[in-house]
Design a protein around this ligand. Structure first.
Ligand code: FES
Ligand code: MG
Length: 578
């Protein structure tokens, strides 16, 4: 491998020339108290930090960034922290998904416009990982991802609680009248008790596992709990590593391949991933270039051969990310399925995935199952198609009641989230456990931003009868910590005239997961009449970011990137030169 020379560093273009512009750069860095010894001839490392005062998942990043900086300094680099939008899943309305591409744009432009040679990406809470990685792939500088790490297990009165999943479950118990106000407050105070991301296999744990699987994080990084001292060491190690990656010019383009993304998909399946993995991985792979792009079909193919091995909620019924880490973490899991991975794929270590996991072991066979004893024999996700979702819809069979996987029933249609919310607790709602609840206008355009509304609540009337799962269909997403027979991401979405817009209450819908089929039992002539009578709804936004979002957002099956951010949209963006 040829090493770069100090003169050839990108940042040298800012600082080295004997001209007035560079005089300005040098005098301004001296203004901050730095001396030439700090930067001359050294890789300048951007640390893109998604810390904020209102993101509990990244609460430790204010300190952890100092560990990254320490690593950069140890290796002879010069660290520069560049804050980026924090995207706290728990607080941002209507949904962080509205802003994933904004973070991606911000990351790309931060890296492009500043005098930096490489980047450490600090994220974890759901959309931050994909946003940072998408931006870094487009910027093209060497980059390494530092995952925030899962929070500790939840605890209430000796009962282990999992982020999201147990909140939904216990909320149903509360709605059924089984949980007092005092107990509910105890749950509130016990379910999230340290910094770090949701410790179920939600979107955060899924996406950080994927970041590691595609080779963008250090081996084992994604499984380390946020408060663990090993997380501190991993952060410093990532800082040391990026400096060498700059010298070796190990850019995302050099290490990412289609095999990397296929590894990402297979690991997603084996961990019992969040359904959001599909949207993000498709978008990320397309940023890496057409030769890397994966599609829904790649997910469905993987789901038929990769079993769920990680016994982590919500696909598993017992354990959480902390247990997964103690059991060997992601390298342990990978060591259980080498024949299902492309071991030759390159990674940030400068070595292959296979080399990274050599010697990895599993310390608890119940948490990380062997292939011979999976928790679910087929993969975590299935892609359904049919006249209701010609471009695909997604279900997580490992998290839904088996009897609902083949079912025909009448639709109960809600045109939007508020009308669904208003109706669902009505004791007179005309609904049976055999109904299929349909929520539309909740997709990328309709939501807007494709909110996590896809796990529609079971109507209160049925909850009281003991019903805990029923079929639900929408063009929305759902939280990775959700569960149940929810068919999501129906594309194209209703808001732009997709077939979901044509369903009426009482129409019969057939769902057949083994056959990968979803079908509205209404004849084509009638559907054509309904289509002709359909009028497009008014635009969601008339100004601002949302206006741009509405014009450029792609559908779920294409990853919901902005069309103009996709790699092949136009000529590559030139390096800033003046
Ligand atoms: Fe941040 Fe779940 S809310 S990871
Ligand atoms: Mg989530």
């Amino acid at each position: 491998m040829t090493r770069r020379t100090p003169d050839s560093l990108r940042s040298a273009r800012w600082f080295a020339p004997d001209d007035l512009r560079s005089f300005g750069h040098r005098s301004r860095i001296l203004q901050m108290g730095y001396a030439p010894e700090d930067w001359v001839g050294k890789p300048i490392i951007a640390i893109v930090n998604t810390w904020s005062d209102i993101n509990p998942c990244h609460g430790h990043f204010r300190q952890r960034v100092e560990d990254v900086k320490r690593g950069v300094l140890q290796a002879g680099g010069f660290p520069i922290e560049l804050p980026a939008i924090s995207l706290a899943e728990a607080f941002v309305k209507p949904t962080t998904m509205l802003y994933r591409n904004m973070l991606a744009m911000e990351t790309e432009e931060l890296l492009r416009s500043h005098p930096v040679d490489g980047a450490v990406l600090m994220g974890g809470c759901d959309k931050t990982g994909p946003g940072l990685l998408m931006g870094a792939m487009s910027a093209g500088l060497p980059a390494i991802f530092v995952p925030a790490g899962p929070m500790l297990r939840g605890n209430y009165n000796g009962q282990v609680l999992g982020s999201g999943s147990d909140a939904w479950k216990l909320w149903d118990e509360r709605r059924a009248g089984h949980l007092s106000q005092e107990q509910w407050q105890g749950v509130e105070a016990g379910i999230a008790r340290s910094h770090g991301t949701c410790m179920t296999m939600g979107t955060a744990s899924t996406m950080t596992a994927i970041a590691e699987a595609i080779g963008m994080s250090l081996p084992g990084a994604s499984s380390i709990p946020a408060p663990d001292a090993n997380h501190v060491r991993m952060s410093a190690e990532s800082g040391r590593r990026i400096v060498d990656m700059v010298w070796n010019d190990l850019t995302p383009a050099k290490l990412l391949s289609r095999e990397s993304f296929l590894n990402g998909i297979r690991i997603a399946m084996a961990v019992g991933c969040s359904t959001n993995a599909i949207v993000h991985l498709v978008a990320m792979s397309r940023r890496a270039g057409a030769h890397c792009a994966v599609t829904l079909d790649d997910f469905d193919a993987a789901s038929r051969v990769v079993p769920v091995l990680a016994n982590v909620r919500p696909s598993g019924d017992t354990y959480l990310m902390e247990d997964f880490y103690y059991a060997g973490g992601l390298p342990g899991l990978m060591s259980r399925m080498p024949e299902l991975l492309h071991l030759g794929a390159q990674t940030v270590t400068g070595r292959t995935l296979g080399e990274n996991i050599a010697g990895a072991a599993v310390f608890n066979d119940d948490v990380i199952r062997p292939l011979s004893n999976p928790i679910y024999a087929e993969g975590a996700l299935a892609v359904l198609r049919g006249n209701l979702a010609p471009d695909g819809a997604v279900i997580k069979p490992s998290a839904c009641a088996p009897h609902l996987q083949q079912h025909t029933g009448p639709a109960l249609v809600f045109d939007d989230y508020p009308s669904m919310k208003a109706a669902v607790d009505d004791p007179d709602l005309d609904v049976t456990p055999g109904h299929i609840l349909v929520l539309r206008n909740a997709g990328p355009q309709g939501g807007p931003g494709m909110p996590e509304w896809g796990m529609l609540p079971i109507p209160a009337k049925l909850v009281k009868q003991g019903v805990r799962d029923m079929l639900r269909l929408s063009d929305a997403r759902m939280s990775g910590t959700s569960y149940g027979a929810c068919i999501l991401h129906a594309a194209p979405e209703a808001y732009i005239g997709g077939p979901l817009a044509l369903v009426r209450t009482g129409d019969r819908i057939t769902v057949d997961v083994p056959a990968r089929r979803i079908h509205l039992e209404v004849d084509e002539a009638e559907l054509a009449r309904r289509r002709a009578a359909w009028t497009p709804p008014p635009p969601r936004f008339e100004r601002g970011y949302g206006w741009m979002f509405s014009r450029h957002i792609l559908q779920a099956d294409q990853g919901c990137d902005f069309d103009f951010l996709e790699t092949g949209f136009g000529a590559p963006v030139p390096e800033p030169d003046i």
